[in-house]
Write a protein that binds this ligand. Structure first.
Ligand code: DQQ
Length: 469
């Protein structure tokens, strides 16, 4: 779909074209053996950033960057999924597509959704150039009308910016505050602070803070415990800082990596405050296997963030995910050594949750193999290494922070066809991909090198689909 065609029709027609394209590709995407079943995906084709998560009248709405026309990064629109329990989802119609006006005819890029005077309102970046836009829904978020005065911010506040996008707004007193992801040439990544009473007239305040890198995409900014947290996507692994927000400025503490899997496996996260006061976050997991597949990209599981006593952000899968658990197996009290038999030889699956407690004893390394083929070879391994006291997901180069050495290793591993999410000791997480050689590897294995370990317990559940109906 080229820009010129977009500008000679209506938004409704463009939405209908997008729906037709998704419907045509959907069956092929869903039947792909690497396609996840319990991570949010688009009906078909390309997805990237989660956009505008919002709780509205007891229902969770989550939007995402979508290319309705193919599994490549183009034609950015807003897809839409809806849930009552954060776990089971249904696809709603595409919310926004580029055009027909020029200000967003090359892309409806990332943003947020807030409720202003009872009206659900999306703030997004229109492209190109990057301008800020508004759309509203009068029917409970089902359909969206773009604001007549778009773009509501038509130009950056200074001419040395390297980006100007991804609005993230929150309520403060009787006005709205908004950050835009940006960078200042020669200075570093930044988030620009704006203020408004009506989401249409915006006044630029100043950079919230300026830091590392060149651009901070998709800023997220929220209180956590008694501190404030800024999360940014700097064209590399997502970084967060716990600091303090005072007089419209953020004094960051140290910066840390939020997910140790790397930028391709967790990027541009977005979050909301849920009905229980929890900060829940989703990130974009890029890719879908080999080229030519009719889908690309998924969202991470919903993750609950909490502040630790040492001012780090602990990440844990939302407790509601246990609702997806089906058939269950348990293995306990197994002593592991290099020449021992695989105690998991009777288990198999590619849509699993695995919860394990492992005493790493005196091993050089030990771990869990996923998607093992008939030759026993694992397509992915989650490995504890004594050297550095760290955990690694083979193939990603990612690593988890060192554990307390005298604690058993507590792992929760979510395998969903080609996605692996590893949560360790209730604090760290690592997202990665697993692409088996062929699609057939379903086995699990436990292995040890150089010493002995003990598996205290391992629970394995088959996981059900998140899709309603
Ligand atoms: N993706 C969006 C941009 C954002 C980037 C475009 C981050 O708005 O900066 O799809 O992945």
């Amino acid at each position: 779909m080229d820009t010129e065609n977009r500008m000679t029709t209506t938004h409704e027609d463009l939405l209908a074209q997008a729906e037709r394209s998704l419907a045509a590709a959907r069956a092929a995407a869903e039947s792909d053996p690497l396609h996840p079943i319990y991570h949010i995906t688009a009906p078909a084709n390309w997805m990237n950033d989660p956009n505008g998560p919002v709780l509205y009248k007891g229902v969770y709405h989550l939007f995402y960057q979508l290319n309705p026309y193919g599994p490549d990064s183009a034609n950015k629109a807003w897809g839409h999924v809806v849930s009552r329990d954060l776990v089971h989802w249904e696809h709603w119609p595409v919310a926004l597509v580029p055009g027909p006006s020029a200000y967003d005819s090359e892309g409806v890029w990332s943003g947020c959704c807030v409720v202003h005077e009872g009206v659900p309102t999306i703030l997004y970046t229109g492209v190109r150039p990057e301008v800020q836009c508004v759309a509203r829904s009068a029917d409970g978020l089902r359909t969206w009308a773009k604001e007549a005065a778009n773009p509501v911010i038509g130009a950056p506040p200074r001419d040395d910016l390297t980006a100007f996008r991804d609005p993230f707004a929150w309520r403060e007193g009787d006005e709205w505050r908004m950050l835009l992801g940006a960078g200042i040439a020669g200075q570093g990544g930044t988030a620009l602070l704006y203020r408004s009473r009506d989401l249409v007239e915006w006044e630029y305040v100043h950079p919230l803070c300026i830091g590392f890198g060149q651009v901070w995409e998709c800023p997220n900014f929220f209180p956590l415990g008694d501190k404030d947290v800024l999360v940014v996507s700097p064209y590399g692994p997502v970084q967060y800082s716990v600091g303090t927000y005072q007089e419209a400025r953020f004094a960051p503490g140290e910066w840390h990596t939020l997910d140790l899997g790397g930028a391709a496996d967790f990027y541009a996260p977005n979050s909301l405050l849920d009905a229980h006061g929890r900060r829940v976050m989703w990130g974009w997991i890029k890719g879908g296997g080999t080229a030519g597949r009719p889908w690309n990209g998924a969202l991470s599981l919903p993750r609950v963030l909490t502040l630790t006593a040492d001012d780090r952000v602990a990440v844990a899968p939302a407790s509601e995910l246990t609702r997806l658990r089906g058939a269950h197996s348990r293995v306990e009290d197994v002593h592991l050594r290099a020449d021992g038999a695989n105690p998991l030889a009777h288990l198999a699956g590619d849509t699993l949750e695995i919860a394990a407690e492992l005493e790493v004893g005196n091993v050089d390394a030990c771990g869990l193999g996923l998607r093992c083929g008939s030759n026993g070879e694992a397509a992915a391994q989650i490995v504890y290494e004594r050297d550095g006291n760290q955990l690694r997901l083979n193939g990603t180069g990612g690593r988890l922070a060192p554990f307390l050495p005298d604690r058993p290793l507590q792992l929760r591993v979510f395998l969903d066809r080609s996605i692996v999410e590893v949560y360790a000791n209730g604090r760290d997480c690592l997202t990665g991909r697993v692409y088996p050689n062929g699609n057939e590897g379903l086995g699990l294995s436990l292995f040890v090198t150089g010493g002995r370990a003990r598996l205290k317990t391992m629970d394995v559940w088959d996981m059900g689909s998140i899709w309603e109906g």
